[in-house]
Design a binder for this molecule. Structure first.
Ligand SMILES: [Fe+2]
Ligand SMILES: [Fe+2]
Length: 207
């Protein structure tokens, strides 16, 4: 984390920024971005003890969803998506699935991103009718290529993950997977710049 006395850009208006300014910022960014997995885990832990009327707290629900996916043989990227699918509950009270989807988007496949973004509508099949909503809302996506994938996610992993006695691996078990998936973006506006910085670092180490 950049401290108060760390190097800083000289500009007060970004319009006057220089290459030197942006070298300082890019270096700080690299260090800050590398700590993203830690921030993800800190944020997941905010879900601990928050039951919201459910039989398990939100962290347990996330861990159990990931555990079910892991036990069923899903790959690490999928398991991390399962773990993070409700991470948006703390800030996205009205769009929690979107919050999770935005966080994972640079690091995961298009199908996993779509699955997490739409899981709330698919999960709604189990309770929307109790809230005067249409439980069949997900049917609008019936012809979508990722419909079956998302249906499987809510049916096999998300929906049954409210069991206080259910199989629940701890966050420490998933930590290496989080670090691996969040190590490098596969899709990002800043990807070309990041690769250039990475190459410069490798060159500096090798020479
Ligand atoms: Fe959810
Ligand atoms: Fe969930």
């Amino acid at each position: 984390m950049a401290l108060y006395d760390s190097p800083k850009a000289a500009f007060t208006d970004m319009a006057n920024g220089t290459a030197e300014d942006w070298q300082i910022i890019a270096k700080e960014f690299g260090e800050f971005a590398a700590e993203l997995p830690d921030r993800i885990m800190t944020h997941l832990n905010l879900l601990s003890g928050d039951f919201g009327g459910f039989p398990v707290d939100r962290l347990t629900h996330c861990l159990q969803t990931a555990t079910f996916a892991y036990r069923d043989g899903k790959d690490e990227e999928y398991v991390v998506c399962a773990l993070l699918h409700d991470i948006g509950d703390t800030l996205g009270s009205y769009n929690h699935a979107d919050v999770a989807a935005v966080l994972i988007e640079p690091f995961v496949s298009e199908e996993n991103h779509w699955m997490i973004k739409h899981h709330a509508i698919f999960q709604g099949y189990y309770f929307f009718h109790y809230l005067n909503m249409d439980r069949h809302m997900r049917d609008a996506y019936q012809d979508h290529p990722y419909f079956e994938r998302t249906l499987e996610f809510v049916t096999k992993y998300d929906s049954p993950a409210f069991d206080p006695k259910g199989d629940t691996l701890p966050l420490t078990f998933f930590e290496p997977m989080i670090r691996k998936v969040f190590a490098k973006p596969v899709r990002s506006l800043y990807k070309p710049a990041q690769e250039k910085m990475h190459r410069a670092t490798v060159d500096a180490v090798q020479n």
